[in-house]
Write a protein that binds this ligand. Sequence first.
Ligand SMILES: Cc1ncc(COP(=O)(O)O)c(C=O)c1O
Length: 405
Amino acid sequence: MNDFSKSVDRRAFSSEKWNRASIAGICGNPDALPFWVADMDLRVSSDISAAMHREADLGVYGYRDSGALKGLFINFMRERHDTVLDEDRVSFAQGMLHAIALALNLFTKEGDRVLLPYPSYHPFIDMITKNNRIIAPYHLKRTASGFALDISAFAKASEGASCILFCSPHNPTGIVFSEDELRAVLTLARDRGQVVLCDEIHADLAHPGHRHIPLIKANEDVGARVVGFAAASKSFNIAGEHCAFALFSDSGMRECFERAQQRLYLTQPGYSVAVMAEQAYGKGLEYNRALCQALKDKLDRLEDFMTSRTPELRLCRPSASFIAFIDCSAIMDRVREDRKASPGFYGENYMLSHFFGWHGGICMNDGTWFGGDDYEAYVRFNFGCGDDLLEEGLKGLEKAVAAVR
Ligand SMILES: Cc1ncc(COP(=O)(O)O)c(C=O)c1O
């Protein structure tokens, strides 16, 4: 039975999220409760726990035969996303970010422009610049309820780019793109000869009432050059275990990717990740469905609380996953005054994170991490935790806002 009402106490287990020095680095206050980095405090499925117990008891962790994993993933994609994958167009990869970086290196060249939607998960910003490509920024349109894709502005921004680095569902806004939106992006890319790389790490966590469509499926009768990237990391809360799959629109791209992996000796999953991912993809559908429902319930609680108790803050309600972007524009002038009055609370960066860290005792990612000053009025709140901890987080939001009312 899955119990998503309780957090697992990870304090004694080297969790990055709960590490006091890391928390201080984000929000100044080492005692703040963590609602930042994107892993959850919720227990994994009993199948994953049981398999790990069995392996622990075995006491030997040699080379593992992980040949079944790809087939389990392909079955999961069919059942969870109604998407039939051709085995010849799927590759295992040792983690999401390295797989995307490898594809970026293979399918674009130095000096190329890469369209990146903002706000953006920070490693994408780094990845493009560190690999000597140029970011062509597209800022998602701000709407009354959050952010949205404006396809004509997107088309303009992506002129001259050789690649689109997309994230679907989108981190940090939680947008689940519609089939029409995905097809519009793909059609543009096809007509302009652009390759689309699409991080779908949050795909399995679309909330009830929302449907994620894998880009590779939306592309079936469009015919753009596409690589989608899937992983069990977020969906099954095994984010520290790097394991991903790359889904190619043609087998030539797959061969090119696998040749590069072979040159770099990046072809095999580690032992423990294979154990966990086999359980996740082989037996995880029911866990995954229950988790999606639990996340929606937690989000409803967050939204109700914010509407009644912190009306100054605006929730950009996500349609997937366990992270929510919160618009704090209405209190920014007062936060700036607070920084002038109490400079000791604030560091050089992450003003809003420091404000909530010290006044509310809660640690959230600062909006500037997702694209600089344009997003300084936002924080990202991770609600993937037990109900008690969530209540502490809500109190922290209110306490901080009350300090500048
Ligand atoms: C959109 C996105 N991509 C990639 C990652 C990192 O994935 P991994 O650690 O499996 O490389 C994250 C983690 O938060 C993420 O949100």
